[in-house]
Structures are given as C-alpha cells and as structure tokens.
Design a protein around this ligand. Structure first.
Ligand SMILES: [Zn+2]
Length: 402
C-alpha cells in the first residue's frame, strides 16, 4: 500500500493507569496527540481533533449527520446511531457516536477497530504502556499484540470473551402502561405487565443457571420507552432479544373471549390482518411515552436501522421458530405459529429479536393458566431451553468468526 499511512497509538499517562489519556497519531516523524475523554466510564475522542490530526476533515451535516472525510474514504455517522456508513457498506459500532456540548465524540473503539479496518490505510498499535486491564468496555484488542489492519477481527468480535452469550429479556409494558387487561366477561383481574415481568424474571433465572448472561430491560413496574428497550439491548451487546407479551383479541365479544393459544413474532412487515392487530396493540405503548423518548424522526436513521435489522431477519425467524416449537410441549395451545409484524420494540435492536405472545389473557382459562407460578416457570424453562439450543446452533455456524 502506498501513500499516507499513519499509526494510531493509545498512550497511557502512567503504567498504573489503564485508561488511555491520548490517542497518538504518527505520520512519519510528525506526532500529534488527541485527548481521550471519559464520560460515564466510556472512553471517547473528539471527532474534529482526531480528523485534524489525521489530515482529515469533519463535516457537520443537517439532521444529526456527520461525515469524516479522510484522504481515501468518507465515513458517515449519525449522532446516537451505532452504525457508520462507507458508501453502501453499513459498519456496526460497539457504541454510538455522541454529540456533547455541540461536539461529536467518537467511541474509542472507532479508533482501535473501525478506522484501521475501514479508514483506508491506517494502522492501530497497542499502547506502549500496555496494561493487562482492557480499556473499559470499548475494546479488548489493546491487550493483544499488534496485528496488521487487515487481520483485525470485526468490531463485534472484541465486545466480549468468545463463548459468553448475552440474552436481553424485555418484559412487555410496565408502569402506567398495563398492557391488556381481562379476561373478557368477568371483572378485569388480569394485568399483562405483571405476568410479563414475572415470566421474564423466571426466564432470566433459568438462563443464568445455564451460564448465559442476561440483561433485563426492566425488573420493576416501570415504563421503559419502546425505542429505549432496543437501545438497552444494543448498549449491552445482546446476542438475542426476547420480548414477552400476553395477547388479546381486537374486539370484545363472547367469541373473542374464546380466542386462545401462543404465537411468536419476528420483525418484518405484517402480512395478515391478525398480525397487524397484534402489531398495533403492542405498538400502542408509545402513547404512554413522553416526548423525550420519541423517535427523532430522521428518515435516514430509519433506513440504517432497517438495513441492520434485515441482516438479522433470517436469524430472528429461526429463533422464533425454535421458541414456538418448544412451547408446544408445555402450553395447552393451540399453536398459532410463527408470525411476522413490525414491532417498535424489536425495530431498534440490532440482533436476532422476537416477541412471544405467551397466551390470551382475555380468555378465562388461559388467564388462569398464565397467572399460575408453576406454569410461568414451565414456560420460562421451555423458552430458555429453546434459546440455549438456538445459541448453540448459532455458535456452530458463526463461532469461527466470533
Ligand atoms: Zn403486550
């Protein structure tokens, strides 16, 4: 490779300090240091200062868009979105770039992983004062010997030790958002948010006992914005996202009260009336959210979100099928099959993601079934087994590269 080749190096203030204080950019004999800032335990670098040191330029666009112009490539970023774009290539980031005090900050991982891989001719060196302690949650590659940029693992590979899996469990609704209430034809005694939380906690317990890491979007009776549930999943580097819900028919009659059974959804455009009904019902939670949590409404950010999610469509569909098939063993049924719909809660999670409707709370006998602790445990154990089986299958297919 000819032309400009820089060396990036993280320098620590002292050997005892594992947090780097500067990114050192070397261009032949010229050395420029860019300060590393720590915010909320996360190491970042100011984009404008880094670009200047790298003979590049930061262009501030409209609608939270930024472009890093390097001598050979341009990288597009959006504030708060954990993806970069180079032409038509979408690059996942461990953490989103963020604007603070009017300045764009890049996660340190962007310097250690993304620029060497996608920046066109940059190398990343480990710190001279390398400590055995990895830099806080941004990259473990700093503790490894230097490697040529084309041999660096993809960003996702340095997120956590190989073999550990993170399942994000989302208990549907919460706080002022009760979800559905029922059953139909009786004084309402069933509240969806309580059952989803109870099942979610039991699912977490079983998965942890099986050696799987678990993050829950909520553990108490609180409202978490739909969009934030996906963000929680992303920032915790989830491998799988599972949202637990209880179903209800779209109308309120004796016939509706007889509806029962379980179904598992993955994210895609709703195809049938019934899929659209469940989609609209679960997306209703948005009305409980305040403006601060509302989506930013940037069309391009949705395009990027779509692209990221599409990569997981096949996986999400496989996971949904595995869970749905498993539930046949413990659920009185009927088996309503795997469905697809455009759920807001699944939209923002960049990983295989499913939504399980564990039954109809509108039906008297199913409401009784779903509120029973033993039945909840059986459902949780069954879903956990399916997730473990899915993860093992997933690892056998992609394990070599992750
Ligand atoms: Zn629900």
């Amino acid at each position: 490779m000819i032309g400009l080749i820089l060396t990036l190096q993280i320098a620590a203030a002292a050997p005892s300090m594992p947090i780097p204080t500067f990114v050192v950019v070397r261009d032949g004999g010229t050395v420029t240091s860019v300060p590393v800032t720590i915010d909320g335990g996360q190491a970042s670098v100011r984009a404008d200062a880094l670009m200047k040191a790298m003979h590049g330029m930061l262009i501030t666009g409209t609608n939270l868009h930024y472009t890093l112009v390097l001598p050979r490539v341009r990288l597009d970023l959006i504030d708060g979105i954990p993806f970069a774009k180079r032409d038509s290539l979408t690059i996942p980031l461990g953490r989103a770039p963020q604007v603070r005090g009017g300045q764009l900050y890049l996660p340190l991982q962007f310097v250690s992983d993304v620029i060497p891989r996608y920046g066109g001719g940059y190398y990343y060196d480990v710190p001279r004062t390398a400590s055995s302690t990895p830099i806080a949650s941004t990259s473990t590659s700093t503790a490894q010997p230097p490697v040529a940029s084309d041999r660096l693992p993809p960003p996702s590979a340095v997120r956590k030790p190989v073999g550990r899996r993170m399942v994000v469990i989302d208990a549907g609704h919460g706080g002022p958002d009760n979800g559905m209430t029922g059953p139909i034809g009786t004084p309402a005694w069933f509240v969806e948010k309580d059952v989803t939380l109870s099942v979610a906690k039991k699912l977490a317990t079983v998965l942890r006992a099986r050696g799987v890491d678990v993050m829950m979007t909520r553990t108490t009776d609180t409202l978490i914005a739909l969009a934030d549930r996906g963000k929680i999943a992303n920032s915790n580097h989830g491998d799988v996202f599972i949202s637990i819900h209880v179903n209800a028919p779209g109308y309120n009659t004796a016939a509706a009260a007889r509806e029962r059974g379980f179904e598992t959804y993955f994210l895609a455009e709703a195809k049938t009336e019934d899929e659209r009904r469940v989609q609209d019902m679960e997306n209703e939670s948005v009305k409980f959210e305040t403006g601060a949590n509302a989506p930013k409404g940037d069309p391009l950010s949705f395009i990027i979100t779509d692209m990221a999610q599409n990569e997981h469509l096949r996986e999400s569909s496989d996971l949904a099928q595995t869970i749905q098939n498993g539930l046949i063993e413990v659920h009185p049924g009927p088996n309503r099959g795997v469905q697809q719909a455009n759920f807001a809660v699944l939209r923002g999670s960049y990983m295989p993601a499913v939504l399980v409707e564990i039954g109809f709370g509108s039906n008297q006998s199913e409401a009784t079934f779903l509120t029973d602790q033993d039945n909840q445990r059986a459902l949780a154990r069954n879903i956990a087994e399916s997730v473990v089986a899915y993860l093992a299958h997933y690892q056998s297919r992609v394990g070599a590269t992750r």
